[in-house]
Design a binder for this molecule. Structure first.
Ligand SMILES: [Zn+2]
Length: 294
C-alpha cells in the first residue's frame, strides 16, 4: 500500500513555488526588441495602390493580412473610391485585390480578400488584452507611398469620439500609413493605424482591433462583393450595388509580348491589338502604361 506522507508533498510544493517564482523572468518577451520577428511581421503588411474603375490611382495606403490566410485589413477610407487595388508586398510583388468581404464606414474598417492568396502568415489580432498608456508599440505601414516602414513608440492615451474608440500613440506615421498595423509587445495587432495630426508631433490614432474582430464576426465567411460594384456605406447584410457598375469600362489592350496594358490599342509604337479584361491583365502581371494611365 502506498502511503502519502507530508514530506514529498512539501518538497514538491517548494519546487512548484520556485518554478512559479522564476517563470516570469523567462516569459518576458519583447517584440519591439526582436528585429527578426518585426521583419517577419512586415512580410504580412502591404503597400496599397487603389485604382478607380477608370484606372486612375485614387489613394495610396497600407493594409495587412490578418485573422485568416488571404484576408486583407485596411481602413475604409483608403478603398472607398476604389474599383480594385494592387497590394505590393515587402519584397515588391504585386497582388490584385478586387473583392470586399465586409466593411464599416463609420468605424473606418474594410476587410477584403486577395484574388490570389499571397501566402504570407496572417497576423494575429488582439482585441482582448487590456491596453495601457506607456505600453510599447510598433507601427508598420507605407507612409507617403514608401515601402514598409517600421517605427517604434508607445500608447499615449485613449480617445473616444462619436462612438469611435481610438488608441492614441507616438510611433510616427504619416499620410499613406492609413490601414497599417499597430502591434503590441507580443507581436499582435492591437489597431489599424488610421490618422495623424499634421500640425502636431506624434499624435497618431489607431482604430482598435476589437472592432475589426467584431466586424469579421458578422461576415458569413464566404460572400464577397466586387469592389467596383459597391458604393457608399457597407454595413453587414446591406451591401449596396452601384447602378453604374455595369457601364464601367474594363477592357484594356496589350501586345503579344511585353508587360504593359493600355486603354487605347494605338497608344504604343507596337500597337496593342489584344483586348483583355482589366482584372485578367493585372492578374497576369501586366502593369498600367505610364503614358495612357496617368
Ligand atoms: Zn499606353
Amino acid at each position: 500500500m502506498i502511503r502519502h506522507t507530508g514530506k514529498p508533498v512539501l518538497v514538491f510544493s517548494l519546487i512548484l513555488f520556485l518554478l512559479c517564482a522564476c517563470a516570469p523572468a523567462y516569459s518576458e518577451y519583447s517584440f519591439t526588441e526582436d528585429a527578426d520577428a518585426i521583419e517577419r511581421a512586415a512580410d504580412s503588411v502591404f503597400m496599397l495602390e487603389v485604382y478607380s474603375a477608370y484606372n486612375q490611382k485614387t489613394a495610396v495606403g497600407s493594409g495587412f493580412v490578418a485573422i485568416e490566410n488571404g484576408l486583407l485589413i485596411t481602413n475604409y477610407h483608403v478603398i472607398e473610391d476604389g474599383a480594385y487595388l494592387l497590394a505590393i508586398s515587402d519584397d515588391n510583388v504585386q497582388y490584385l485585390v478586387s473583392q470586399l468581404c465586409i466593411a464599416n464606414k463609420a468605424r473606418d474598417i474594410a476587410i477584403l480578400r486577395f484574388d490570389t492568396d499571397p501566402g504570407v502568415p496572417p497576423l494575429e489580432l488582439d482585441g482582448e488584452s487590456e491596453l495601457k498608456r506607456s505600453q510599447p508599440v510598433v507601427a508598420i505601414g507605407s507612409p507617403a507611398g514608401l515601402m514598409n516602414t517600421i517605427s517604434l513608440g508607445n500608447i499615449s492615451a485613449f480617445y473616444q469620439k462619436n462612438g469611435k474608440d481610438w488608441i492614441q500613440f507616438t510611433a510616427p506615421i504619416s499620410s499613406g500609413s492609413s490601414g497599417g498595423a499597430l502591434l503590441n509587445n507580443q507581436g499582435k495587432v492591437i489597431g489599424i493605424t488610421t490618422a495623424t495630426y499634421a500640425s502636431a508631433q506624434n499624435i497618431n490614432m489607431a482604430v482598435k482591433a476589437e472592432h475589426v474582430l467584431e466586424l469579421y464576426s458578422r461576415w458569413d465567411g464566404r460572400t464577397t462583393t466586387a469592389l467596383n460594384k459597391t458604393t457608399g456605406t457597407q454595413y453587414p447584410g446591406s451591401i449596396q450595388t452601384a447602378p453604374t457598375a455595369t457601364t464601367v469600362p474594363s477592357t484594356v489592350y496589350v501586345t503579344g509580348t511585353g508587360k504593359k496594358y493600355h486603354n487605347n490599342p494605338n497608344c504604343s509604337k507596337m500597337r496593342s491589338p489584344i483586348a483583355m479584361d482589366l482584372l485578367d491583365a493585372i492578374s497576369q502581371g501586366y502593369e498600367p502604361c505610364g503614358k495612357c494611365y496617368k
